[in-house]
Structure formats: C-alpha cells, structure tokens
Design a protein around this ligand. Sequence first.
Ligand code: IMP
Length: 450
Amino acid sequence: MPGLVIVGAQWGDEGKGKVTDLLAEKADLIVRFQGGNNAGHTIVRDGEEFKFHLIPSGILYAGKTCAIGNGVVLDPRILLEEIDGLRRRGVDVSNLKISANAHLIMPYHVLLDTAGELKLGKLSLGTTRRGIGPCYADKALRLGIRVQDLLDEKILRTKIRTALEPKQQALRELSVQRRKLRKEAGEGDREAAGQAIGSSPDPRLDLHTMTEEHLSYGHRLEPHIADTARLCWDALDAGRTAIFEGAQATLLDLDHGTYPFVTSSNPIAGAATIGAGIGPADIDEVWGVAKAYATRVGAGPFPTELTDGAGRHMLERGHEYGTTTGRERRCGWIDLVALRYAVRINGMSALAITKLDVLSGIGSLKVAVRYRSREGALLDRFPYHQSILHGAEPEYEELPGFDAEIGDCREPSDLPGEARAFLDYVAKFVDVPVRVVGVGPGREQVVWLD
Ligand code: IMP
C-alpha cells in the first residue's frame, strides 16, 4: 500500500486521527492534504491524551516524517502552539515538514469568518469561525499569503498590505451594521460580535504589527518549511508507504457535500492529489472512516438525526462534543444511503468503523437503507438536489442490538454475534469490506477483521 488515502465518510469527527495513527505504524510519511484548524482529533496513547488540529497524527511515532501539505490552510499561531505543546511533553517534532505553498490563515480571516456568520444570523452555516472560508477565498482570489512569504520581509509586507485593504473595507462596512448585529446576536455571540466588528481599529489589523508578528512566526517555522510534494515523490518512488490524511469529511466537501452547509475545501480522496502534489495513479488504497452511528456539527441536512433517548445515549456515551469548538454534536443512526455515496465518490477500498462500543445497551440498531421524499418517492441513492435532501425521511432496517461491553474485545470472535451481524450488514450494503473496528477510545481498543 505505498499510497494510502484516509478520508471521513460522513460529516466529520469519525475518528480519522485514530485510524491514521494505527496505520501510521507501517508508514514512512504522513501528509495532511486539506482543511485547517477547523479539524481536531484526539489520540489516546498509554492513557495519555493528545489533541491535534493541524499536525498529522503520525507525529507520535519517532522517526516518521509528518507533512502539512500545500492544500492545508494554516494559522501559524495555532501551529506553533501545537508544536510547543508537543515539545513540552517530550515529543520530537523535528520530522514535521510544512509545505512552502500552504496558505496562511491571517487574523483578518478569523474576524471575517465570525462577522460573516453573525451577519447571516439565522441562516448562518455554523462554521468553526477559524477563518477557513475567507482564507480559501483569498487563495482563489490570488490574494493569499503563503508559508514561503514568511521568509521575505518585503514580499510579506507588500502582500499583507494588498490583502488587508479590502478586508478593512469589508469590516468597516460590517461595523456600520454593528449595533444591529449586536442586538441580533445571541448572548454568547455578543463578545465575538464586538471583537469581529468593534468600532476602534483592531490592533490585530495593523499592517506593521501583523508583519512583525508573522516574520517572527517565519523565523520559528523556518526549519520545518520544505517542498513537501517532493518528499511524497521520493517516498513513493522508493516504494515506501505514504498516508494522505484528510480532514472533515465527504458530506462536508465543497463540491460534493451538502452545499452550502460544507467546509471550503475538498475532503474527498481525489483532493489528495492536489493538496499533496501527487498523481491519481499514486493512490493505491482509499480507506473511509465512519462511526457506527452518525454525527454532524453546524447547520445543514442530516436525515437520520435523532432527538430522542437513543440520540441522547449516543451524545453522552460517545462524548459527542467538538474537539475544536466544544459544541454539542447532532447525533443519529448510521445512514447507509449516504455511506454508499461516500464509498463511490471516494473510490473506497476499505472501511474503518469506529465507536461501535457506543451502541452497546441502546436497544435494537437501526440503519437507514433508503429515503422517502416529501412527495412519497422512494430514493435508494443520495439525492443531488438540496431541496429533496432537506425533505428526505429515512427508512430503516432494524437489527438486533447488544448489551455486552465490548471495550476489551480484540478478536472478531470476541464481539457479540449481533455486533458482527451489524458490521456484516454495513459492509454488504455498501459493498466494501470493514477492515478495522473501534471499540473504545484507547489506541489498543480495536478489532482487526479479515
Ligand atoms: P468551517 O470549515 O469552519 O468553515 O465550517 C463549515 C462547516 O463544516 C460547519 O458546519 C462546521 O461545523 C463543519 N466542520 C468544519 N470542520 C469540521 C470538523 O473537523 N468536524 C466536523 N465538522 C466540521
């Protein structure tokens, strides 16, 4: 498996970090290819918890090269915090490489993200407010600032000046609506509204301050800055294994997800080519990661969402609170119509099913096998039309549940028959083998099938 892509098969937070961490043991290079610090994953190793937003999970292995690819948008302040945090805990980060072509999330991106969400009011997308959308927008507008720019004071100052002017104007216009927005913003949003659209000039938007601050980030990041595409070619050409790690997930894909309730990048497997700088033929395997149920944060359609006791069970047992924002996640049954779509669009060769232990004691297990449209039509395929998806009601197959705790299971035969039947059902329905199953948060809490 020289080139292996790992992607989220649902709406994010499936446990990709844990699966990457498991597979990274056999890899030489681990590369993040899109997204930014809107992502977050937790790895529990020997009872110690590590939370990452930008750094690939493989960093916990000594001697592996971990790269942040050109397709990632990175907030240098957050990245340095992560590097410092790992160093303090004795983790060697000298093998972390950062693409010189990756784009930087600047302070004005974060302010614009928040201001934009507040302006949308009830129509807001529920972004993580980390500046992701505005940063990718600047990249497409060719107003972006890249990691390599941190190393040249003149270029950096000129680029920030050029990018800053339209932002200041946009934020000024938003500040005209300040009072209205403050009034409309919910209690928790008031402070954010004040920060995003305050009347006095924000010191974070001062050209000189921003340039100096970013030059100092550049000095600190310089030893890590590299041509990461070349690192990928060298590894692949030598027959070494490279893992391309996606963030977010298929149904949050800018083109193929539930637009506009999506992120601003492409988390599907094909995007690994662009975000890491490899060719399609360099990808040998695509692993999709899905929970044994489903969750979503932020707004947007979620056909199998539950508001009953089963949903509460998933929320509480699954600790379904965002790693990045702490928000409560919406929970529901696994949606096999959406999963089959994810399998196809990613060209998945294998599935990892995580958090199966959360379903223990929930009663019988439901899996959505088709939708019924508002007009009563039965839909076997994930609808491309947003209005149809918004009105889609899932139809379920009910499978026997299990009450036994499965956290100590390590072999397929240790699992209750009902849990195995559930996994078989999923694999057969989406026509992809389930290769590994998560039965608890610990690194060792997995069952390899096959
Ligand atoms: P953004 O990526 O911050 O612009 O947010 C866009 C949408 O993607 C929102 O609904 C977020 O909640 C969602 N989102 C972004 N990153 C993640 C993630 O890592 N897990 C789950 N949802 C995410």
